[in-house]
Design a protein around this ligand. Structure first.
Ligand SMILES: [Zn+2]
Length: 269
């Protein structure tokens, strides 16, 4: 079980600590939600953990500072929905215009990539704007992923059996043993190149199931700059996990034998 955690207050920094039966070492990391986490093996005593934290004081302070700075400058937030607010979409802040149109039955949404505007039309006010927008965003994510799969499919000459967008905690995508390709829908907020990278990454798993040398050779062949996208996810990916609705804030953290994302330890730059 890796689900239970407790908070430690250390030098003005909040650290989420959990005791893990699987962990072999004391470990500090920045989670995919942008939270400093301490993983403590079962056998580790509280004093040992404290000692470890003290030894890492500088690192902890540096990481906490970077996280706070990134958050402040981030376009990745969800505002209270009204006309004129900004929504993140494909790496850009898009101005939302909200219009009432009594002649339409279902909500209509248009995105204009040249003006970075999202136009939402509804029949009457007091609609669940968040729900409508999220549904549209998930759909847009699926469209982008489908397009990416089609593009790379032509080059790679292999296709997944199914394409899905999902909600993940600790990964951005996966390819199942029956070649179902899934991508985290929140990548629709990220720059388009990042989403493309995740699609290509999972499609390279159609050839190699592991993350060995040949896997990365194939990846690099079709996306020479893939390291930039990986770095983006490692350093800023957590920003995509901003809260949208109070009911969607996660309070529990699940342990996962995750994909490449579990390599995340700290943030750079
Ligand atoms: Zn992978």
């Amino acid at each position: 079980m890796g689900g239970d955690y407790f908070w430690i207050r250390f030098e003005d920094v909040s650290i989420k600590a959990r005791i893990s039966a699987r962990a072999k070492y004391l470990q500090l990391l920045v989670s995919t939600e942008g939270i400093l986490e301490l993983v403590q093996p079962l056998s580790c005593k509280a004093e040992q953990a404290q000692q470890f934290l003290r030894a890492q004081t500088d690192w902890i302070k540096r990481q906490a500072h970077k996280l706070a700075t990134l958050r402040q400058a981030s376009i990745y937030t969800w505002p209270k929905i009204e006309s004129g607010v900004f929504l993140p979409f494909l790496g850009q802040a898009n101005r939302l215009s909200l219009e009432i149109n009594s002649t339409i039955r279902a909500p209509v949404i248009h995105h204009c990539s040249t003006t970075n505007q999202i136009r939402l039309q509804v029949r009457n006010p007091h609609t669940h704007y968040d729900k409508i927008l999220i549904k549209w965003l998930k759909n847009a994510a699926l469209e982008q992923v489908t397009q990416g799969v089609a593009d790379y499919g032509l080059i790679l000459k292999r296709l997944p059996t199914r394409i899905q967008v999902k909600q993940y905690r600790r990964r951005w995508g996966s390819l199942s043993s029956n070649n179902d390709l899934s991508v985290h829908w929140r990548l629709i907020f990220a720059p388009a190149s990042v989403l493309k990278y995740v699609v290509l990454h999972e499609m390279c798993h159609l050839f190699y199931r592991n993350h060995g040398q040949r896997f990365y050779q194939l990846l690099a062949k079709h996306m020479p700059e893939y390291r930039d996208e990986e770095a983006w996810l490692r350093n800023q990916g957590f920003l995509l996990n901003f809260p949208i609705l109070p009911t969607q804030i996660h309070v529990k953290n699940q342990h996962s034998n995750g994909d490449w994302l579990s390599k995340t330890y700290g943030i750079e730059g």
